[in-house]
Design a protein around this ligand. Structure first.
Ligand SMILES: C[S@@+](CC[C@H](N)C(=O)[O-])C[C@H]1O[C@@H](n2cnc3c(N)ncnc32)[C@H](O)[C@@H]1O
Length: 267
């Protein structure tokens, strides 16, 4: 199987390793987010914001909020924004950023494991942005998300597109960059220490993720009682092309993100 360098399948669970790795990589995640051509800002976040629609007056929970990009934006839009973040250094940075912006967020230390602590029907929207690969049990996560949502509330999910995840760059004879994915159906836990996983001194950090297919994301959502209302594979907007045409072209060849909106239905 063709895999990117530093990726190897392994045994075990992901969540504890991922929490510690993300905490150590916190500064590098800040740097990534400050880069004007980061693909989250260029493609994923505008698509998610469109998917969320009108949020003023809604109570939202962002699970694995990182630097709370979404929660800070939600608060600006008039939502009552709650957030969970298990990586201590990311949580600290998110709290400092929210304070500097005067955004009143309810941020709390912890990950999906804390969902059972919230009352039934407490939220209008549960966001799971770029976090599911660090979650071991999707069935339990979606069951809990379903429970804490009010009737007709929804989950908003973004992930690395499963057809892009663990892809390898290939340069054609005429210089075009393509992405090749192999072993698509080989789900499981893998270790990696690619670009983002660096500590404050630039040393590699080993993180763990779950490789899952599209089917493996959709089935537990449906089992939990959700109706899938939207699937997005976002193209870059013209403004993003002006910032980094090469990456936007590559995204058109092989989309980097996939987003899902799934609405709560009574079971
Ligand atoms: C790629 S970052 C995304 C951060 C943020 N959601 C965003 O979109 O900017 C992945 C995040 O998942 C968090 N995470 C790791 N394990 C988790 C878990 N078990 N539950 C919730 N979040 C987790 C990490 O700490 C990190 O903040």
């Amino acid at each position: 199987m063709l895999l990117p360098p530093s990726v190897r399948y392994c045994d075990g669970l992901v969540s504890d390793v991922a929490r510690d790795a993300w905490s150590r990589a916190a500064r590098n995640w800040v740097r990534h987010n400050e880069t004007p051509n980061n693909m989250n800002d260029l493609i994923e976040r505008p698509a998610m914001q469109a998917l969320l629609g009108e949020v003023a007056g809604k109570r939202t929970l962002e699970v694995g909020c990182g630097l709370a990009h979404y929660s800070r934006w939600l608060a600006q839009q008039g939502a009552e924004a709650w957030g969970l973040e298990p990586a201590p250094r990311l949580l600290e940075l998110a709290q400092a950023m929210a304070e500097a912006e005067g955004a009143g967020l309810a941020l709390r230390a912890g990950g999906v494991e804390l969902l059972p602590e919230y009352p039934d029907g407490h939220f209008d929207i549960v966001l799971l942005p770029m976090v599911l690969e660090y979650v071991d049990d999707l069935d339990e996560t979606f069951r809990q998300a379903h429970r804490v949502l009010r009737p007709d509330g929804f989950v908003a999910i973004s992930i690395v597109h499963p057809m892009r995840n663990l892809s390898v760059k290939h340069l054609t004879a005429d210089g075009e960059e393509l992405r090749i994915v192999s072993g698509y159906l080989n789900s499981g836990v893998y270790e990696w220490s690619l670009w983002i996983m660096k500590d404050d001194d630039g040393n590699d950090i080993t993180c763990r993720s779950q490789r899952r297919t599209l089917q493996e994301h959709v089935e537990p959502l449906v089992r939990a009682g959700f109706l899938i209302e939207a699937i997005l594979e976002p193209d870059a907007a013209p403004a993003a092309w002006r910032i980094d045409a090469a990456r936007c072209k590559e995204n058109r060849h092989c989309p980097q993100f996939l987003l899902l909106k799934a609405v709560k239905r009574e079971r």
